[in-house]
Design a protein around this ligand. Structure first.
Ligand SMILES: [Zn+2]
Length: 611
């Protein structure tokens, strides 16, 4: 907080001339007290420092974005802090003002070395480090080596490292960070004190974000924060990136900005919760006509069928949990309307009904993903559930069978659905078994309603674009869809940090539109029919596609110059230049510049690294 670089800007700074700084960077914790949701780590370290029982190597593991490198840096400060008067010892509460604290915060402390193993996998990189280990620290108490993504090191590199870990000089401390602890050799792990950084709970994140928006002087509805916290999936950094986008969408930060749950839902491609509950309720109450009507409306408003189905599953799960541990599930963080209706439904619906509903939705999930028109598939799923509402659950069947013995009452079978219960609530409490099996009837109304819907709007439901699996394919999708503006920004200005179906993390060059990430998120969602979370990261990431293509062309031109035929051509035509090289089927020349290493292509130069 005290380092000028990291303290929050004065209020309103974000709207003035000051360049905007992404929230994840602006609010990166600089003390353990600021760390969100990692109390266990903080407590253990505090004790170790207080008791003078520090290990010489630590490994921090956890999913991306939970704060591994941030923790490592705070540890480096804690170990090297000398206090405001220069006489202090290692402390769990680094002062933030001494030379050591400040230069670590600015990434310029000579004794704190940070290395990203994703890009330095080889044994020579490690040798360089190990050579330095012999020398005592220059300005700090300890030499601290932070190695991020340590699992990416080659085996030879690990072996070289191991020798030092076996007998570390007293002034040296290693801090490793990794997302994949299983790939770190046991020989290395056994010499480290291990900290597992937990995914941060959504409600903890929401509280954290609430504090930040207050400092930013942006009004955000609590429900909007809860939605962002949920989408962040345990990562404070992802959540802050989404919050950034929400602020950008609401028309920049400032006194008038107000972010509603509605906006965030739109941004994330989420569906209004109360409509999901309406849909759920009409369906399980066996009112298919009402359910289809609601679904139609949602479809018109742009709701993605797959998201609707997933929301229904989530709500089913929510109710099932609410039946068992109501106090835990129906807490104050749940919006009031949802809490009230959820409570009522949880009391009325039997666990077997919920279990059956879950199974049918789960089965429907696969069908939806395979269906050419997902909306139609979702309708069929809901109709099945609505008609099943009139059927007894398996345990009721058993009871009935027990009561009636082999009296010949045929259990209803799937091929002969009973009609939907007349009006309303028959299905809510486990329905009393009917005295007589209802005679099969042709499907009433809804089936007729279904037909035009299923074929309506062919343009809307045009065959869905396959989900791109790598960054280039993803970016080219924007060209194919004629979103040339966005394509241009992505091609020339986006550094891939991580790209997998449903999740994209990029670093954007300065001057990229602030809504770029949310536009990409929305369009990808529309095109691929699944939810995407797009976050902006401070990690260095890969070169942009444009840079990659340029490097490739340069390399090809350099190669071509060596070609005897080309050389003679160039001599024959003085002043001629090679501007491009086309050799179909050639291996990627860029890859030849890679250093020799034993690790296959790093898949995510990822990580915790903020700026
Ligand atoms: Zn200090």
């Amino acid at each position: 907080m005290t380092s000028p670089d990291l303290s929050p800007d004065p209020p309103g700074a974000t709207t003035g001339q000051t360049p905007y700084r992404v929230l994840a960077r602006k609010y990166r914790p600089t003390t353990f007290a600021d760390m969100v949701g990692q109390e266990a780590l903080v407590r253990t370290l505090t004790n170790a420092i207080a008791n003078g029982r520090l290990a010489h190597a630590f490994v921090l593991t956890g999913v991306r974005g939970v704060g591994k490198t941030t923790s490592a840096r705070i540890m480096a400060r804690a170990l090297n802090c000398v206090g405001p008067d220069g006489t202090g010892g290692p402390t769990a509460t680094p002062c933030g003002v001494c030379d050591n604290c400040r230069s670590i915060a600015d990434d310029r402390h000579v004794d704190v070395l940070e290395m990203d193993a994703a890009s330095h996998t080889g044994v020579d990189d490690i040798r360089e480090i190990i050579d330095g280990v012999r020398y005592t620290p220059v300005m700090g108490r300890y030499k601290v080596y932070i190695i991020d993504e340590v699992h990416m090191l080659s085996r030879n590199a690990f072996n070289a490292l191991l020798k030092t870990l076996e007998e570390p000089p007293p002034h040296v401390i290693f801090i490793f960070a990794t997302t994949e602890i299983r790939k770190v050799p046991v020989t290395v792990l056994s010499r480290c004190q291990r900290f597992d950084l937990r995914r941060i709970d959504a409600d903890v994140l929401a509280k954290h974000f609430a504090g930040i928006v207050e400092q930013e002087q942006v009004a955000v509805e609590p429900e909007a924060l809860a939605l962002i916290a949920q989408a962040a999936d345990g990562s404070a950094r992802d959540g802050l990136s989404l919050l950034d986008q929400a602020i950008a969408l609401s028309g920049m930060a400032g006194a008038d900005a107000r972010i509603t749950a509605e906006q965030v839902r739109g941004m994330l491609g989420l569906v209004d919760r109360s409509r999901v509950i309406d849909l759920f309720e009409t369906t399980v109450r066996g009112r298919p006509a009402d359910a289809l009507k609601i679904l139609d409306d949602m479809h018109r408003d742009g709701a993605d069928p797959l998201v609707v189905l997933q929301d229904l599953m989530q709500f089913t799960n929510f109710l099932a949990r609410a039946k068992v541990v109501p106090d835990m599930v129906l807490g104050p963080e749940v919006p009031e309307a949802e809490r009230k209706r959820g409570q009522a439904l949880a009391e009325q619906l039997g666990q077997p009904v919920l279990a059956r509903c879950w199974q049918m939705l789960l089965k429907g999930l696969g069908e939806l993903q395979a269906a050419p028109v997902p909306q139609a598939a979702l309708e069929m799923v809901l109709l099945r559930i609505a008609y099943a509402a009139g059927l007894p659950t398996p345990d009721e069947l058993l009871r009935t069978a027990g009561a009636e013995g082999a009296s010949g009452r045929a259990p209803p079978v799937a091929g002969a659905p009973s009609p939907p219960p007349a009006a309303g609530s028959a299905a809510l409490t486990p329905p009393p078994p009917r005295a007589e099996a209802a005679p099969p009837r042709p499907l009433p109304g809804p089936a007729a309603q279904l037909k035009p819907q299923a074929v309506a709007d062919p343009a809307d439901d045009a065959p869905q674009t396959p989900v791109p699996t790598d960054f280039r394919a993803l970016v080219e999708l924007f060209a194919a869809r004629k979103e040339m503006d966005i394509y241009g920004h992505l091609y020339a200005g986006a550094h891939e940090v991580r790209c997998e179906p449903g999740r994209l993390e990029v670093r954007l060059r300065d001057g990229s539109p602030r809504t770029l990430a949310s536009d990409v998120m929305r369009l990808l969602g529309d095109w691929t029919g699944r939810r995407w979370v797009v976050t902006v990261s401070g990690a260095v990431g890969e070169p942009t596609l444009q840079e990659q293509d340029r490097a490739e062309t340069d390399q090809a031109i350099a190669d071509a110059r060596q070609d005897p035929l080309v050389r003679s051509l160039l001599e024959a035509f003085p002043g001629a230049e090679i501007t491009d090289v086309r050799r179909p089927g050639d291996p990627d020349p860029a890859s030849e510049t890679d250093e020799t290493d034993l690790i296959p292509d790093p898949e995510g130069a990822d990580e915790d690294e903020d700026l």
